[in-house]
Design a protein. Structure first.
Length: 273
């Protein structure tokens, strides 16, 4: 599992590195052309400059509010740096927890009375097993979304289909909002091809999102963690409403844990009384 996680992370970085480098190179080469076109009245940019005086307005804005512009750029840079730092910390902590999970379990079991330790260990292992199956099922559905996205983009000619498919896979792991954000981003990329292609891509994203939420995901979760589809959908919605993205992420594992505890402890005692 740890090796698969590291390989997926490395694969994503490898996929987005070349498109990013290409886009930065294209932007660097395009800026001198745009500046030249601004002074040519026969081009669209030149016509806009001649009518709206864009260069003089930019210069005046920089002269009057240069500090605010610089502050905005610094704020944006700080936000990007904070996001990258948070992602790195999350990845490192995740890898550490995956490696040290057995030690954490044994440490926690020392706080349980010896007479009940075996039972607690069995229940804990069952919760972790079902949670692991939930994560694998979530990865399977997200991987399916990424593959379908790749096939669609490659079929209609949207650039960078592999990178976009991997991006959709990662975003689809986030319940409630992840697939929506991915669909918007991919539709915007498709806009670089043409407006009809972007509209068709947006329609495809909406259709697949509905199929995933109400057909694929509930059935996969029912098979993987033995939770009723209604519990899956309601749990994610309630968790997302109460605690945001974090609540949506832990909703189904929490439902699994609560169900096991009820079956193992609460219901037997109620039936025996």
């Amino acid at each position: 599992m740890l090796l698969a996680f590291v390989l997926c992370l490395a694969g994503f970085i490898a996929l987005i590195a070349q498109p990013d480098a290409d886009e930065i190179d294209s932007l660097t080469k395009a800026i001198p052309k745009w500046l030249t076109q601004l002074h040519d009245r026969h081009t669209l940019l030149g016509h806009l400059e001649d009518r709206y005086h864009l260069i003089s307005k930019v210069r005046s804005a920089l002269a009057s509010g240069g500090s605010s512009v610089l502050g905005g750029l610094l704020g944006a840079g700080k936000m990007v740096l904070s996001l990258v730092t948070s992602v790195v910390i999350l990845v490192v902590v995740t890898i550490y927890l995956m490696v040290a999970l057995p030690e954490f379990k044994q440490f926690g079991f020392h706080f349980v009375a010896a007479s009940r330790r075996a039972r607690v260990e069995a229940v804990t292992d069952e919760i972790l097993t079902r949670t692991g199956r939930f994560m694998l099922a979530n990865l399977a559905t997200s991987g399916t979304a990424g593959l379908v996205t790749f096939a669609w983009r490659a079929g209609i000619g949207v650039p960078y289909p592999a990178a976009l498919g991997f991006f959709v896979t990662l975003m689809d792991l986030i319940p409630v909002v992840g697939s929506t954000v991915a669909g918007v981003a991919v539709s915007l990329v498709a806009l670089s091809v043409s407006l009809p292609i972007a509209a068709a891509t947006a329609g495809f994203c909406v259709g697949f999102r509905l199929a995933e939420d109400y057909l694929i995901m509930p059935r996969v979760m029912k098979y993987a963690v033995d939770v009723h589809p209604v519990v899956t959908v309601v749990g994610v919605l309630v968790g997302g409403a109460l605690l945001g993205i974090i609540g949506a992420l832990v909703a189904v594992p929490a439902a699994v844990a609560i169900g096991i505890l009820l079956d193992e402890h609460v219901f037997p005692r109620a039936d025996a009384s």
